[in-house]
Ligand binder design. Structure first.
Ligand code: C2E
Ligand code: CA
Ligand code: CA
Length: 509
């Protein structure tokens, strides 16, 4: 037994000696000694026969890295990324990692079955592969996730990485045909280049950084690309800590409604207020919806936020009533996900009941793109039930998406709110004024109220009045403020009773 083992060990050492890559270094020496011993004929024979013998005995096959070729299972992203990183570091080259998350892919399984979903993933993987060079690697790293590793090279600057990102996006977003239908996917993408890191970076950190960039894209621009940097990393980490804080923010009463008045542009009279969510963060101060709404959406707590803001709004209305302040109505912003809850309209009507506020004093602001994207019957049912009960549905950010006029017919809407992009510098641009006049005629004909959002200057206000607008809202009149401050503003305005003498609210976010 012992002799057998010793024999095997010796034979292994010999094999390693003969088949190691260093054997190639002996070829010139072998040829030279052949020439010395047998002249030109032996030299030629030796130069031809030695590599041939080496190839026939499988020597070249064994020159490849052992772990890579011998493994039955192809190496995963962890192993390949480590190899790419080592090669790049050794040769002074750059390598890059793309992390991709495809939305639309997870819906294929429930709609068309697991087999169709698996096939779709394979097609996507093959398309990604075809957008790359030989040597680059694609891995499916989750049901909707792919990792792409770019082989080390000298010309992988940021520009070429972004071009590569575009190619990958085009490949992954090309329509898929599934069971006779066309399916459209959209890609959020994070990129990390090895160039951004020092020499001591590990493959694990590098891959995780690309995931961090992907996370940022998925949350802030779901069909965009983000490149990892220290700054991005700090932003993501700060967002993580905000996400942790959000868990207690609701219970601690830190999320509350601010209010911004809506006025009649001709008489100056207050016609209503819009409730806007704010987070009174203990360390960061007052946060705007743009800073926390994506986190609320990602944590699935938009309905909870909606309930808080609606309760605040109805309670504030009752306080203003009791103070003798004239606020005919309050409008709240409602997200698409709330509208898809079958109990939504009943919940709203129950809250109106509890606060003893009649339904006609409540406006439900729905983003135009929610209605444009939605073919959902539940949304339609909710908006109809609320309208039947007397609530006023308002179409927010009108003109910013592809919602057609048809939508205004399909959903019961009483008011459209024209987005600030149409209002900005309307006094300086003739084409904007024409567009605004056309919008007023259109809404007039459809029997809808129209309100201009985001009026900031006296000039814009003048242009809007000239275009026929009767209702407006914006910093020119007041910034959003807490209910108590709004009371003070309303009473001062009511007392002076002069539309042009606008008392300004303290500038709060
Ligand atoms: P929005 O519904 O279009 O609200 C109007 C936004 O414009 C508010 O931003 C408001 O502060 C801002 N604004 C008002 N006047 C002016 C102006 O003269 N100039 C400019 N530049 N801006 C003006 P805010 O409060 O940051 O809210 C942003 C968005 O967040 C809202 O846009 C709305 O879509 C969403 N949002 C706010 N509160 C809620 C909420 O309770 N629930 C939901 N689902 N979304 C909310
Ligand atoms: Ca709104
Ligand atoms: Ca708006």
């Amino acid at each position: 037994m012992q002799i057998e083992q010793t024999f095997k060990q010796v034979s292994d050492v010999l094999k390693r000696g003969i088949y190691g890559p260093h054997m190639l270094a002996f070829l010139p020496a072998i040829c030279l000694s052949a020439y010395w011993g047998g002249g030109e004929v032996l030299l030629v024979l030796c130069a031809l026969v030695t590599p041939l013998l080496y190839a026939l005995t499988g020597g070249f096959g064994r020159l490849a890295p052992v772990g890579y070729m011998a493994a039955d299972v192809p190496p995963g992203p962890d192993v390949v990324s480590q190899q790419f990183l080592e090669i790049a570091q050794h040769n002074g080259q750059t390598t890059a990692c793309f992390q991709l998350s495809l939305s639309g892919l997870s819906e294929i399984g429930p709609a068309f079955g697991d087999h169709a979903a698996q096939e779709a993933r394979q097609v996507v993987k093959a398309r990604l592969r075809s957008a790359l060079r030989q040597g680059d690697q694609v891995f499916q790293t989750g049901d909707t996730r792919f990792t792409v590793l770019i082989a080390p090279g000298f010309r992988l600057k940021l520009d070429s990485l972004l071009d590569l990102g575009k190619r990958l996006r085009a490949a992954a977003e090309a329509p898929l045909s599934v069971a006779g239908t066309r399916q459209y996917l959209s890609v959020a993408m994070g990129v990390a280049s090895s160039l951004t890191f020092g020499r001591n970076v590990t493959a694990q950190i590098w891959l995780a950084s690309a995931v961090e960039a992907l996370e940022d894209a998925a949350l802030t621009d779901p069909s965009g690309t983000r490149v990892w940097s220290d700054k991005l990393s700090r932003k993501v980490k700060s967002r993580h800590s905000l996400r942790d804080d959000l868990r207690t923010a609701f219970d601690a009463g830190q999320i509350q409604a601010f209010f911004q008045p809506q006025v009649n542009l001709l008489s100056g009279e207050v016609v209503g207020v819009e409730a806007l969510a704010r987070w009174d963060h203990p360390a960061r101060g007052t946060l705007l919806p743009s800073e926390f709404l994506p986190l609320v959406a990602a944590s699935g707590t938009l309905p909870r936020l909606g309930q808080i803001i609606l309760s605040d709004a109805l309670a504030a209305l009752r306080v203003w009533d009791s103070e003798g302040l004239h606020v005919p109505s309050v409008s709240v912003n409602v997200s698409g996900c709330e509208l898809q809850m079958p109990s939504f309209s009943d919940d709203v009507l129950a809250l109106l009941d509890r606060h003893e506020v009649p339904a006609h004093r409540l406006g439900i602001e729905v983003l135009e793109d929610v209605i444009a994207a939605d073919t959902d019957d539940v949304t339609c049912h909710n908006l109809r039930s609320l309208a039947e009960a007397g609530c006023r549905n308002e179409l927010d950010d009108f003109g910013t998406s592809s919602a057609s006029i048809q939508m205004l017919r399909r959903f019961p809407v009483t008011r459209v709110k024209i987005d600030r992009s149409f209002i900005r510098e309307a006094d300086r641009h003739e084409d904007k004024r024409e567009m605004l006049s056309a919008l007023v005629s259109m809404t007039d004909r459809l029997g809808l109220e129209v309100l201009a959002e985001g009026i900031e200057t006296v000039g814009e206000n003048g242009a809007l009045k000239h275009a026929g607008f009767a209702l407006g809202q914006g910093f020119l009149f007041a910034h959003p403020a807490p209910a108590a401050e709004m009371s003070a503003w309303l009473s001062e305005r009511q007392n002076t009773n002069a539309p042009e003498a606008h008392p300004k609210l303290r500038r709060v976010k």
